[in-house]
Design a protein around this ligand. Structure first.
Ligand code: ATP
Ligand code: MG
Length: 573
């Protein structure tokens, strides 16, 4: 697919301005900071394309940083799948970092805050703290522990870390301003106690864990990030991000960064991606997986990267989609039809076409003599440069039941007795002569004759017919299971509806069928092929049916194909 010509997005404009002004010595460093508590979804890809894209475009570096500050929900399983998904998308990080790499530095920094009178240990419950927060128009109420002596704060915080204080009994709060109109300044929590769960990397070393607001900006700072790009919901956190960094940079610089006192990371925010007919909340996705409502994180109906991949989406199509929707400061909802349109446009140019018969009935060519023959067909009609494939032809073929009518009016151009000519795709012209039925009146066999001088690719092949039908030769045909996927939810915005989101699932999001496909697909009967450790997906257009991808459930005996999308494009530009 061609690259889209587009003007700079607003983040690129900011970066170019910073470069022109020599901010941070012209260094560009970004990071993608997933929390390893779930699988990446297409929303994350929007952030990935931004973070890696800026680094790529401006000769900078993008690092992968796992934001692993909550051991309760995090796991190495997620770390591995996140790395695999980013590689599959075609991005390369400079380094892999973990917020947990900085636990000691963050702890030391917290001690520094306490010693400077900028943090205190609060013994109130989470509910009490929330009640005292006030509202944006009313100031909050100071905690009775706010003016605890520094020595006592130090002693308690150290006791928290030694595991001497029960979970939930104390927190460390920044002492900032209980009346600030920005609620995030009303003495935000810096540290909490977690003793019940070991951390996936640091085990039981730590009993206190930093909160997002205290960990994120500082991690950016320790690493030398220049542009910390995130989604709009963090815009209100930005002043706090800056406040914390102010305490140890500029005039307060104390050597915590090799880049000197003038270095500063900048947080900038763009709109999240929301797509119709799906959910992207990790909590809801986890529920779908745990309750078996989908087959797993990589179920082809899931909006996860591994789900999209198994559905037959290509990295290129996903990246093109991100380019099309762009980056703004306005939240909105993107039509899933645009995503489908993008993959359809991609596969249209690359996916080899093959014949498949979804509702087979046998066709016998009564005047065909001999053992059969091998025809050659182009993978994509009119594009000999994209290769050819062999199609076995013979006396007995499978055709679609709907392509034959015993009695038809003159608007039906396909097979029917009475002399009309129909071309078999990439092969001969035939005429139906009759059919055979079972006791229930269902047609079991269609009879036809063929014209040996009408073969495609020969002079007789130029003879036109009003209809061309698909077929596969019976002896060489393969049985295949097709999984016909559709949208996961029956409503446009399941998150906006009242009640249980699980009641809104589309009951027809998966239909399984057994079909006949041409023998050329026999080459797909094997375990997935790895190139550089990455499984290669093979895409096909099943003629008249849609785009399909070979599913990893395929074995040497059983071919499984997933429908990526139909052929028809309902997306209105
Ligand atoms: P959580 O609720 O667990 O925080 P999250 O979706 O924010 O979930 P993170 O792992 O924290 O997950 O996200 C990593 C990065 O991806 C963040 O910078 C976040 O802003 C970005 N991101 C997450 N969801 C979207 C989305 N729908 N659109 C664009 N960016 C997103
Ligand atoms: Mg998050």
């Amino acid at each position: 697919m061609e690259e889209l010509e587009r003007s700079l997005n607003f983040i690129e404009q900011i970066v170019e301005k910073d470069l022109a002004e020599g901010v941070n010595d012209g260094r560009i460093q970004t990071r993608f900071p997933p929390e390893p508590n779930g699988y990446l979804h297409i929303g994350h890809v929007k952030a990935i394309c931004m973070d890696f894209g800026i680094a790529e475009k401006y000769n900078g570096v993008c690092n992968l940083r796992f934001d692993d500050t909550n051991p309760v929900k995090e796991d190495t399983e997620y770390v591995e799948t996140i790395e695999r998904d980013i590689r599959w998308l075609g991005f390369q990080w400079g380094h892999i970092f973990y917020a947990s790499d900085y636990f000691q530095q963050l702890y030391d920094l917290a001690i520094r805050f306490i010693k400077a009178g900028k943090a205190y240990v609060d013994e109130q419950t989470a509910e009490q703290i929330a009640e005292q927060k006030g509202t944006p128009t009313e100031p909050g109420v100071a905690s009775p522990y706010r003016d605890r002596p520094i020595e006592e704060n130090l002693r308690l915080f150290e006791a928290m870390q030694r595991g001497e204080i029960e979970e939930g009994k104390m927190v460390l709060r920044a002492k900032i301003d209980m009346a600030n109109p920005n609620m995030h300044f009303r003495d935000p929590i810096m540290y909490r106690i977690i003793t019940s769960h070991p951390h996936h990397r640091t085990g039981h070393t730590w009993n206190v864990y930093p909160m997002y607001d205290f960990a994120h900006g500082q991690s950016d700072y320790f690493e030398g990030v220049t542009h910390s790009i995130c989604t709009l919901e963090f815009e209100v956190h930005r002043p706090l991000y800056d406040y914390f960094i102010d305490q140890f940079s500029g005039p307060n610089f104390c050597g915590l960064s090799p880049y000197g006192p003038n270095y500063r990371p900048k947080q900038r925010e763009f709109n999240r991606l929301n797509i119709t007919y799906t959910v992207m909340s990790k909590r809801k996705m986890l529920q779908l997986v745990k309750e078996g409502l989908v087959a797993g994180w990589d179920d082809p109906r899931m909006p996860t990267v591994c789900g999209l991949r198994r559905r037959g989406y290509t990295p290129q199509a996903i990246r093109t989609f991100m380019d099309k929707i762009g980056y703004t400061k306005v939240e909105g909802m993107i039509d899933q039809g645009l995503l489908e349109h993008t993959i359809r446009e991609d596969l249209k140019e690359t996916a080899p076409r093959v014949c498949a018969i979804f509702d087979p009935v046998k066709l016998i060519i009564t005047n065909y003599e001999g053992e059969g023959e091998t025809l050659v067909a182009e993978n994509i009609d009119g594009h000999p440069e994209l290769g050819t494939r062999e199609m076995k032809f013979g006396k007995e073929l499978w055709i679609e039941r709907g392509d034959f009518l015993e009695e038809a009016d003159n608007k039906f151009y396909r097979l029917s007795p009475g002399g009309r000519e129909v071309r078999l795709k990439a092969s001969y012209i035939i005429q139906a002569t009759g059919c055979e039925k079972d006791a229930a009146g269902k047609i079991t066999t269609v009879y036809a004759t063929y014209d040996p001088n009408s073969k495609s690719g020969t002079e007789g092949g130029n003879r036109k017919t009003k209809a061309t039908i698909n077929w596969v030769e019976c002896n060489s045909a393969l049985d295949a299971e097709v999984r016909l996927y559709d949208r996961l939810f029956a409503v446009e915005n399941p998150s906006a509806e009242e009640g249980d989101f699980r009641d809104l699932l589309n009951p027809e999001s998966l239909v399984v069928k057994n079909i006949k496909v041409e023998g050329s697909l026999r080459s797909e009967l094997h375990a997935p092929v790895l190139v550089d450790g990455i499984e290669q997906e093979n895409h096909y257009q099943l003629l008249k049916q849609g785009y399909f991808v070979v599913d990893p459930d395929t074995t040497s005996e059983h071919l499984v194909l997933n429908r990526t999308c139909s052929l028809k494009d309902n997306y209105l530009k």
